[in-house]
Design a protein around this ligand. Structure first.
Ligand code: GDP
Length: 197
């Protein structure tokens, strides 16, 4: 599948301000600097659809993009900002939770993980949480071009072993690089198939 048209639609502070839930929606989330903006741009074949490396303050909004007049791509705020106070973090977590539980059109949440890093507790806790509340999700390992194939394989195994400590069935996994565009076809095909079903 190719994306023919992608345009920015709205930024919302609250889920209740988001566009009417009349199209399937695919949301993307991850720690800041994981490569989320680059991935969204790569999927849409645009250089500047999503802003890359924004400061945390600017990226605390729910951004909707309309894709081919058929579905929404949603850039969710990054989580795990070390600089946020506990109260702010809590507020933020509630906002994301409200979004995830209230958006009736949410078809899939893509959780982005930097393929270079060992599993982080905050990422694992987040996946545990969304699994518990039954949000359909997949894992996207980013920046795979930065690793040798053997290192990538090793990191994936470590990650999957860690997930298996809690879950028998693992979510779908995508290996991506925004520089080489690998994983693009697989992700778009996955979205297309869900949209058809
Ligand atoms: P965000 O904060 O999650 O939106 O992350 P960005 O998309 O802004 O990326 C953070 C940094 O990682 C930037 O310097 C990007 O150029 C770099 N980056 C993102 N994705 C990739 C990738 O797939 N490969 C490489 N080599 N660098 C990447």
């Amino acid at each position: 599948m190719q994306i023919k048209e992608a345009s920015f639609l709205t930024s919302s502070v609250n889920p209740k301000d988001c566009p009417a839930p009349n199209k399937p929606e695919y949301a993307f989330i991850g720690r800041s600097n994981v490569g989320k903006s680059s991935l969204l741009n790569m999927l849409c074949n645009k250089k500047k659809l999503a802003k890359t490396s924004g400061t945390p303050g600017k990226t605390r909004l729910i951004n909707h993009f309309l894709i081919d007049h058929a579905w929404y791509m949603v850039d969710l705020p990054g989580y795990g900002y070390a600089k946020l106070s506990k109260t702010e973090r809590e507020k933020f977590k509630n906002m994301i939770d409200d979004y995830l539980t209230e958006r009736t059109n949410l078809a899939n949440l893509f959780v982005l993980i930097d393929s270079r890093h060992a599993p982080l507790k905050s990422d694992l806790d987040f996946m545990q949480h969304i699994g518990n509340i039954e949000i359909p999700f997949s894992i996207v390992f980013t920046k795979t071009d930065k690793l040798k194939p053997s290192e990538l394989e090793e990191n994936l195994k470590v990650y999957q072993d860690k997930l298996h400590e809690e879950w028998e069935d693992l979510p779908p996994v995508f290996l991506t690089s925004s520089t080489s565009k690998s994983g693009r076809e697989e992700m778009l095909r996955y979205i297309k198939n869900i949209n058809k079903s």
